[in-house]
Design a protein around this ligand. Structure first.
Ligand code: FE2
Length: 445
């Protein structure tokens, strides 16, 4: 893997990002930068500006670019915790000093890893939102490590791996990284590549403990085998990788439900229980214990009127999810008879996991929807409000899981071969599923 990456042109996008950094920072060549033919591209001590960065981007380089440059200023991770978004519950955590000292100590230790600091500084300049998620993720991973009483060295490795887990994105076309909406199967594969790319570049750092690149390589794996790039299972994953993956997925939920949709912290509890086991039950348990200690009681976010509007949408979303899933089961059964690649194992396992989840959460029956018809929104109790908001959250989360399944189908459909009639029938069902998803891909909340 490393060899292939070294011989490719992955530095091109990184060189372009360096051009962004030069707007309020200095990037200096620490050696003669030469291309693979030995031709000088930028001499030692050259101050790299946008123009030179673009020139570098056009060449294949002899030595990785990041090993031949230095930044005048690098980001100060230890201070970043205080610059996080001012969500009241996050603020309370930080103001109360929960994990703050440890965060600062681990942040300061990054001075021993100049290449990682360089990458983080470039990430902050080019993708400030992704950088913020990196910082948030490192904080969550640290809190989990503390709650699990992991030793300081392990906690530090987890902290660093979480912080730099997405630096591979700096080597992928920005259009794909920033892409919104449905990604093509090809784009999706490219995006997934950030895991291997991150692994490769972090290993260029001198004296980096092996467990850090390994955890980066595993940060999108799941203990239940539904992650990527290797679809590993719990016993194949490092402890560090599992904590990083948990923190990554927690941040995804956090940004979606807490920052974007303004739910209280506690709303994440049913979602975590919904996904329990995906990233190591010890991590979910530690997080639930932390919630018990640090998080206040549930606070509704919808007024009675808003709740009536939300409740009116629930039956249709419930219907669409169940109808979609029945079609997905039909498609999967059909594909199983003509396709034998690894993706069909994943889709089949995901189908049976989702079927169990639908039953366990009560989404595949009508009890909740029938109860909802009887609710009087003028005299609704706090408990009923919480139940409705949490059911809507689960439907929303289920919609996300179904879209993940659709992505697996998309990969299979792209590589499908066989009798023309059958292939076109399955392509038609996939098209229908894609169109149906249009009804429930948007957030319900
Ligand atoms: Fe990632």
């Amino acid at each position: 893997m490393t060899k292939n990456l070294e011989s490719s042109d992955l530095h091109q996008h990184y060189a372009t990002h360096l051009g962004n950094v030069t707007k309020d920072n200095q990037v200096i060549a620490t050696g003669d930068i030469r291309n693979t033919a030995g031709v000088l591209v930028a001499a030692k001590n050259t101050r790299i500006n946008q123009q030179i960065a673009e020139k570098i981007a056009r060449h294949k380089l002899l030595i990785p670019l990041e090993q031949q440059i230095a930044l005048e200023k690098t980001c100060k991770v230890e201070q970043e915790l205080f610059a996080l978004p001012s969500h009241p519950e996050v603020k309370v955590l930080i103001e109360n000093g929960v994990g703050v000292e440890q965060f600062q100590n681990h942040g300061k230790a990054l001075k021993y890893y100049p290449l990682l600091l360089q990458k983080l500084t470039v990430l902050k300049a080019s993708y400030p939102e992704i950088y913020k998620k990196a910082v948030m993720g490192a904080y969550v991973a640290l809190l989990i490590s503390l709650e699990r009483n992991l030793d300081v060295k392990t906690s530090s490795n987890i902290f660093i791996a979480t912080l730099v887990r997405d630096i591979g994105l700096l080597h992928i076309e920005p259009k794909i990284v920033m892409g919104t909406g449905v990604l093509s199967a090809q784009d999706w594969l490219m995006l997934q590549g950030h895991v291997s790319i991150g692994y490769h570049y972090v290993r260029l750092e001198n004296n980096i403990p092996n467990v850090i690149p390994r955890a980066i390589f595993e940060h999108h794996e799941r203990c239940d085998g539904f992650g990527y790039p290797k679809q590993k299972f719990e016993h194949q994953l490092s402890l560090e990788g599992q904590v990083v993956a948990f923190a990554d997925s927690f941040i995804g939920m956090f940004y979606k439900y807490i920052f974007a949709l303004k739910y209280p912290f506690k709303a994440l509890l049913p979602i975590m229980q919904f996904n329990a086991g995906a990233h190591g039950i010890e991590n979910t348990d530690a997080c639930i214990r932390l919630f018990g200690k640090l998080v206040k009681s549930y606070k509704r976010i919808h007024s009675n009127q808003e709740l009536a509007v939300l409740s009116a949408k629930i039956p249709l979303r419930h219907k669409h999810i169940n109808e979609w899933f029945v079609q997905a089961e039909i498609l999967n059964a059909g594909l199983s008879s003509v396709y034998s690649g690894a993706a069909i194992v994943r889709s089949t396992e995901r189908i049976s996991w989702l079927r169990r989840l639908l039953t366990r959460s009560g989404i595949d029956d009508n009890r909740f929807v029938n109860w909802l018809k009887e609710v009087d929104f003028q005299s609704i109790s706090d408990k009923e409000v919480e139940e409705i908001e949490q059911y809507a959250l689960m439907l929303n989360e289920m919609s996300w899981h179904l879209n993940e399944l659709r992505k697996v189908f998309s990969l299979i459909i792209t590589h499908l071969q066989g009798p023309e009639e059958q292939v076109s029938e399955y392509k038609d069902i996939y098209r229908i599923l894609k169109a149906m998803m249009g009804h429930f891909k948007a957030d319900l909340l």
